[in-house]
Every structure is written in structure tokens, then in C-alpha cells.
Design a protein around this ligand. Structure first.
Ligand SMILES: Cc1ncc(COP(=O)(O)O)c(C=O)c1O
Length: 384
């Protein structure tokens, strides 16, 4: 009997049937009046969700495009920029920025740890930075940055655009631009929104929109220029680039699901399931890379005990029906990464833990009479 496969990597995440149905609809003309209304609803919904006082952009693309869009509309060649990196995706900003003639400083934490607002403040005091990036959750480490506390500290640096990469956090962990003093949030559709990959999402507050104006009539980038898209975001019956129609419908359904659940409830659910998943993993003898107090609600990066063959482990977990991701860079072969975000349900979580246990049994890492230890700890956390 072949097990059905559940994708539990940290994005893309399981896409529920009602969202899949939207992607399977007959594609209409982008000027179709009903679609124009749907697109506007999505743009307004995103804006409201992130408490954005400026402009939301929902475009065909991936998270990386939104990263580049944030930089392109905040800085010009010769500016200083600070990257606060807690891992692989924080470092990616360096790749983006290096091409643009921007003077960049990067703070790189040990993987699994995050910088405090005080440490960042000390760096910000050394020169005038046009912009700063912070990755809310670095998917390579599972560590969560204190974006709210950093935002509070940023009030002392009003000339710096505070950019938060929410790709592995948005819709699973609280992100409110006005309350948290964030100027740009960028994200994608494929993680805690529970939509298939393909949408880049960016919210820019009034300060960010004003910075774009200061950069002049044109910037070197074309497709990701705020100014090209603002007229379309305000009136999606206008054309600049063909919208990803079916993904916009999928996003509309995702926002409907989020609204029905309630944002507060959704964030609380992510807290609960992440704690329960980690309790189960720890009961099985694993440890978590991210330090206590900074472990993300959306995914866990799980360190193997000595002697576990990563490829064999992940292949067997896959045979048991669950797909998890491997570690990146120095952690390749040393850990696996599992997502627990978006529209994952209790069945997904319990099946994942049980598949991990069956794998451990097959690899002689768990005795027959020990089977159920992880699931028991998980379920105790879920009913608490
Ligand atoms: C934190 C973070 N930022 C940016 C990205 C890049 O997004 P994408 O792969 O959609 O381009 C990812 C992808 O996993 C991510 O996890």
C-alpha cells in the first residue's frame, strides 16, 4: 500500500480543496468586471491584514521578487544599507543589493540565534542608513526575529526604511505595520497563506511611498517599480502586466479562510501547534536549532541525533507519506526542516509525527514498544 504524500516542507504548504478549486476555475479575461472586483478585494484585504496605511501590491512573482522590489523602491546607488541576517534568506539580500552599487553592511548571527534591538541599534548609530532589512523568520534556521521590539527601536532612526521579510511568517505570526513601526512587509503566497507558489506580496507604508518619490521619476528596475503598479492596484481594470488571475482567486479564498478563522485565532493556533510539534519531536530525542524564546511558530528545524543518515531518513519519511526538507548550507545532512503553518490540520500534524516515528523504527532509532511517544506528546499539546 502506497501512502498518500503530504507536503510538510516549510513552503509550499498543503493547499486545501477550496483554494485548489479557485486555481482550477476557467481563466477569465483580466478586464472581466467580476475579476477586477475580486482583485481589488484581495489588494484591500492584504492591506487591512497587515495594517498598512499606504499601498499593497499583489503581483505575479515569488518572494525573492518582493525582496528586490523592497530594495529597488527604497534605495539608490551610493546609499548605505544594513542587512540584519539570521541565516540563508537574510544573506540573500546581500546578493540582491551587491548588484545595485549600494554600500552594504551585514550583521550575520550564528544560525539559530537572533540579534537584539540593542545590538542592531549600535550598528545603526555608526552611519546614516537608507534602509535596513530584517527577516522575520529565516526558513534556514527556524529562528524568529523580534520585529516588534526592533520596530520600537527604529523610531530613533526615522530616515531608515525598515523592511521586514515575512515570507516564512506572514499569516502565521502577527505582523502589523502601524503598531510595529514597519515600513515595508514583503511576502509570498506559498507558505502560511496556504496558496500555491506564484504571488509576490508587498505592503508599503506612506513613508516608503514617499521614499520612492524621492528617488525620482524612474528607477533602474521596471517591472517592480511601485509607480508602475500603483495605478493598477488602485484600479485593477487598468493594465500594466497580466495578473495571475487564478492565483488571485486562490488568494481571495485564502483571505476568506483567514477572516473566518480570525487573525488572532490563527496566530494562537500557530503558537499551539508549533509548541505541540516541538514537544513531540523532543520526546523522540530530537533537538531544535533555534534557541528557546526565538523558535518560529511556522516551522521547526530539527537536529538529528548522532549517526542518522539524512538522505535515508528523509527518503523513508517520504515512503511513510510525509515530505520534509533537508538542512541548508552548513546544516545540510545535519537536520531536517518541517513546516507547521498555514492551513495544516490536525490530521497533517499527527500523520507527520507518526511517519517520523515509523521511520525511526525502521532505522532502529526507536523500539517497537516506544512507538507513539512523539504522537502522545503532540496530542497532549494539541488538546491543552
Ligand atoms: C524567509 C524567506 N525569504 C525569502 C524567500 C524567497 O522566496 P521565494 O522562494 O518565493 O522566491 C524564502 C523562500 O523560502 C524565505 O523562506
Amino acid at each position: 500500500m502506497i501512502n498518500r504524500k503530504i507536503v510538510m516542507i516549510p513552503g509550499p504548504t498543503p493547499v486545501v480543496r477550496s483554494i485548489q478549486d479557485q486555481m482550477g476555475r476557467d481563466t477569465c479575461a483580466f478586464g472581466d468586471a467580476a475579476f477586477v472586483k475580486d482583485y481589488k478585494e484581495v489588494i484591500d484585504g492584504v492591506k487591512e491584514m497587515f495594517q498598512c496605511d499606504g499601498q499593497a501590491f499583489v503581483l505575479a512573482g515569488s518572494g525573492t521578487m518582493a525582496m528586490e522590489m523592497a530594495i529597488a523602491n527604497s534605495t539608490k546607488a551610493g546609499d548605505n544599507m544594513l542587512i540584519v541576517s539570521h541565516g540563508f534568506f537574510g544573506d540573500r539580500f546581500l546578493d540582491v543589493i551587491k548588484r545595485k552599487g549600494i554600500n552594504v553592511d551585514i550583521m550575520q548571527s550564528e544560525w539559530g540565534k537572533v540579534f537584539t534591538p540593542e545590538e542592531i541599534k549600535a550598528q545603526l548609530k555608526t552611519k546614516k542608513y537608507a534602509a535596513m532589512t530584517v527577516t522575520h523568520v529565516d526558513t534556514a534556521t527556524g529562528a524568529k526575529a523580534p520585529i516588534e521590539e526592533i520596530g520600537e527601536m527604529m523610531k530613533e532612526f526615522p530616515e531608515t526604511i525598515y523592511i521586514v521579510d515575512g515570507v516564512a511568517a506572514s499569516a502565521g505570526i502577527d505582523e502589523r505595520m502601524t503598531d510595529m513601526n514597519i515600513d515595508i512587509i514583503l511576502t509570498g503566497s506559498q507558505k502560511a497563506f496556504g496558496v500555491a507558489p506564484g504571488l509576490a506580496i508587498l505592503c508599503a507604508n506612506q513613508k516608503s511611498l514617499a521614499r520612492r518619490k524621492e528617488l525620482g521619476d524612474t528607477i533602474p528596475e521596471y517591472f517592480i517599480d511601485y509607480e508602475k503598479w500603483i495605478p493598477i492596484m488602485n484600479d485593477p481594470s487598468k493594465y500594466f502586466g497580466t495578473p495571475a488571475i487564478n492565483l488571485i482567486w486562490a488568494m481571495q479564498e485564502s483571505l476568506r479562510i483567514i477572516k473566518a478563522e480570525g487573525l488572532e485565532n490563527r496566530y494562537a493556533r500557530h503558537k499551539k501547534i508549533s509548541a505541540a510539534m516541538r514537544a513531540g519531536l523532543k520526546a523522540l530525542g530530537f533537538s531544535i536549532l533555534a534557541e528557546e524564546g526565538h523558535q518560529a511558530e511556522t516551522l521547526s528545524n530539527v537536529l538529528y541525533m548522532d549517526g542518522v543518515d539524512d538522505v535515508m531518513f528523509r527518503n523513508l519519511v517520504q515512503e511513510e507519506g510525509i515530505i520534509v526538507a533537508g538542512g541548508l548550507a552548513a546544516y545540510a545532512g545535519k537536520m531536517f526542516r518541517i513546516g507547521h503553518m498555514g492551513n495544516v490540520d490536525t490530521h497533517d500534524l499527527i500523520s507527520s509525527m507518526a511517519a517520523i516515528e515509523r521511520t525511526m523504527y525502521r532505522m532502529n532509532l526507536l523500539k517497537k514498544e516506544e512507538l507513539g511517544k512523539g504522537v502522545a506528546a503532540l496530542m497532549q499539546g494539541l488538546v491543552d
